[in-house]
Design a binder for this molecule. Structure first.
Ligand code: HEM
Length: 378
């Protein structure tokens, strides 16, 4: 009896096994419509009859190389692009001539300033110091200036390290020191950016009214601001035309740096370049055609690539302008630094460089605020 049960069970198991094997085999069999060679299956996996398939590997990989986008099931849809083709152009530009030119622009500016200093020397207060001062910038104005200035200097140093550190600093201090230093500077760059934006906003609110161009600016510019010729002092109000150029460069450049920097801090969320180019195209300015690049819309990765290039170019332009600004505010001109140091400048300095402003202050002082008149220096 036991032997009978065992053989029945065995037969059932054999049947199950046989069915499973048959299923597995049927799932790998070619479909009925499959083409087979005479009496059998395709030879060596080749398409029978030497026919070409309707898709070629070369074309497929060419499309991938040119950035074709496929579908991915993961949340990061950017991964659907296997090869982001424009990235190669971006890399070649960034690692190639672009940063060389930016570096040359900064070096060139420093050389020009050194040559100017060698020829012109320090611009002195021609009539000598009066020993009497006049209030030029209030505490809030100086606080706004230094918040903007010091944060810009930190951003410039840390930003230059991001761009040139591996080429210039790494070989000097070695990997062990460069790693932590570069990490610290990168974090500083991210956070100090907010202090710069605040300083920029304060300076904008405090000084915009005095930086609207007027007729005296034209005369100032025509006379080269008196910078080139001794004894020439074109009249100017609180800010002369040169300072207005610095002011507007800092405001427009600073805003542009802030926007592109923001997009780098919070990546893949903005389409500023596509939007701007489309807007400019409406007024007949075809920026992509001028630059020889594809027209919008751009992928979020392309937007990031534009951002890094623009951010670096604007930063270097501003660094060059600020080199000139720091030069004239320190060694280039006697008495200038006091304006942002103590806030009080020598009366003769003020009369030589901002004669119309001194008249305004003296007039206002004699009319309304007798205390605003020049004070003897301590
Ligand atoms: C060590 C660095 C700096 C020094 C010594 C310095 C010095 C000065 C001085 C003396 C003035 C007043 C000039 C006057 O009496 O009319 C001034 C104004 C100004 N500074 Fe600076 N500055 C420095 C850095 C910066 C930076 C980094 C920025 C911006 C990123 C900046 C932006 C301005 C602006 C917008 C003004 C008003 C317009 C002008 O006078 O050109 N400064 N600075």
């Amino acid at each position: 009896m036991q032997a009978l049960l065992a053989s029945l069970l065995g037969a059932c198991l054999m049947l199950l096994l046989f069915n499973a094997t048959a299923d597995a085999q049927s799932s790998v069999r070619p479909p009925d419509s499959a083409v087979t060679v005479e009496g059998g299956s395709p030879v060596d996996g080749n398409v029978p009859g030497d026919a070409l398939g309707n898709s070629s590997d070369a074309e497929l990989w060419r499309s991938v190389r040119q950035g074709i986008e496929g579908n991915v099931s993961i949340p990061d849809k950017k991964a659907g692009v296997l090869v982001q083709s424009e990235g190669e152009n971006w890399r070649l530009l960034r690692n190639g001539p672009f940063f060389d030119y930016l570096g040359l622009a900064m070096l060139g500016t420093l050389i020009l300033l050194a040559v100017f200093f060698a020829i012109r020397g320090r611009i002195r207060v021609e009539h000598g110091l009066a020993g009497v001062t006049i209030k030029r910038f209030s505490l809030i104005e100086r606080t706004g200036h230094w918040l903007m200035a010091l944060s810009f200097i930190v951003l410039a140093i840390s930003g230059l390290n991001i761009s040139y550190g591996r080429t210039v600093v790494l070989p000097i201090i070695g990997k062990d020191a460069f790693g932590p230093l570069a990490g610290f500077l990168k974090m500083s760059h991210n956070y100090v950016a907010f202090a710069f934006m605040l300083g920029l906003a304060i300076a904008f609110v405090l000084w915009i009214a005095q930086n609207i161009p007027n007729r005296s600016d034209v005369i100032w510019l025509l006379k080269g601001g008196g910078l080139l010729t001794k004894g020439v002092h074109p009249p100017a109000r609180k800010f002369n035309a040169g300072q207005k150029i610095v002011f507007w460069s800092v405001m427009i450049g600073g805003l542009s740096l802030s926007i592109s920097g923001w997009a780098l801090l919070f990546p893949f969320e903005h389409g500023f370049f596509g939007d701007t180019f489309s807007l400019l195209a409406r007024v007949g300015i075809d920026v992509p055609a001028l630059l020889g690049i594809s027209a919008p819309p751009y992928s979020v990765i392309q937007e990031q690539q534009f951002n890094t290039i623009w951010h670096a170019a604007m930063a270097v332009l501003m660094v060059c302008i600020i080199f000139g600004h720091i030069y004239i505010g320190t060694i280039g001109m006697e008495g200038a630094y006091d304006a942002m140091g103590s806030g009080d400048v020598d009366l003769n300095w003020a009369k030589e460089h901002h004669s119309l402003w001194v008249e305004e202050v003296e007039e206002a002082g004699s009319r309304e605020r007798p205390t605003a008149s020049p004070q003897p220096a301590e």
